[in-house]
Write a protein that binds this ligand. Sequence first.
Ligand code: PA5
Length: 447
Amino acid sequence: MKNISLNIDKALGLITKEQVYAQEGKVKECNQLLETGKGAGNDFLGWMHLPSSITEAELADIENTANVLRSKCDIVVAIGIGGSYLGTKAVVEALNNSFDMLLSDRKNPILLYAGQNIGEDYLYELTEVLKGKQFGLINISKSGTTTEPALAFRMLKKQLEDAVGKEEAKHRIVAITDAKRGALRTLADQEGYKTFVIPDNVGGRFSVLTPVGLLPIAVAGINIRDLVAGAVSMEKVTGSDVPLTENIAGLYAAARNELYKGGKKIEILANFHPKLHYIAEWWKQLYGESEGKDGKGIFPASVDLTTDLHSMGQWIQDGERTIFETVISVEKPDHKVVVPTDEANLDGLNFLAGKRVDEVNKMAELGTQLAHVDGGVPNLKITMPEVNAYYIGQLFYFFERGCGISGYMLGVNPFDQPGVEDYKRNMFALLNKPGYEKETEAIKARL
Ligand code: PA5
């Protein structure tokens, strides 16, 4: 089995290979901080050995629970936000048929999402579409107190109970939350729901390989064992004992930190495979929340190519030179589609006749890489042999390990997110939440 790989050759120019490899000692030191648990945020390192420590019994419990939901429901709504949402969405979008909902021979329940926004129209349309359908709910919140999913769950729980009765609803609701704390834990225990625990030492954005991601992904019919196996394989080759020449997580951390020091403040994660859109969304949370603090941190952005070359291409090619690009390049698509010959050739495309669509895409990718490098955009290239659960598992672990190392290299605690509390405090104050009286008074004075 091949591994995903990283090539930094097209980033050289602004930075040199010597400069990157001179970071080997620093990378090792930071990687060792993760391993020894002596760095900042060391109470959140549970993700490090999650893949290799998941037991057969845990996997079987997740699969059995998924099968219960699959047997009872045509639609399962996964409720969660941030780290309790993006990993699932990333895997399901990458691996399910793009037109899944329209397939007449579908074997899996449709997975829908809620609690990832507070859109009234979104919730209205969701509750409308669920009317008369057999549905179930997976309510995911590590803290168990996040407003967006709690609000969505309150509505959907009522709808489900009204539709099938309280007793049957219990068998269609699964809660994934903290072992002891939070409103969701209290509610789940009181109602008698099946629950899964998010370990204390795993932060939301690092939780995709816990039941947070694994249960809804299994409901969608995806092999979670392959996902875990991919992550296990990456865990083995990203340790501090692996030299930088072979350690892609360390190399990624070193290269992006050197680029940052050279003035590249924005990293654009690009793909030429539209099904990877949500992998980038997951990655943005991982790196944004982990590194954006203390006035520091690369801003993580993303584009889907070639789509966004027709909207963002001008800026990337020619705008302020503060960006670098990390491209996820997929070697082999799942399917083969060949461009047909057209006798009239009115569209002038016969020069492509007989070629695979992927060849056209690959030439677009190569052409874009060369153009962007010419335009002063250093390029890091991650190659994924194909888009399957195993390689997505590798990608997840590679990015997580790279993030831990990179955050320590930057000099921040990559495992906290104090900044995300500020909007909540203001929102609660504005909504007159009990306990926020002082904040309410203060915020009203500012309006
Ligand atoms: O990284 C984090 O911890 C957060 O962004 C969470 O993922 C997000 O806020 C959801 O939190 P919870 O799972 O506690 O509802």
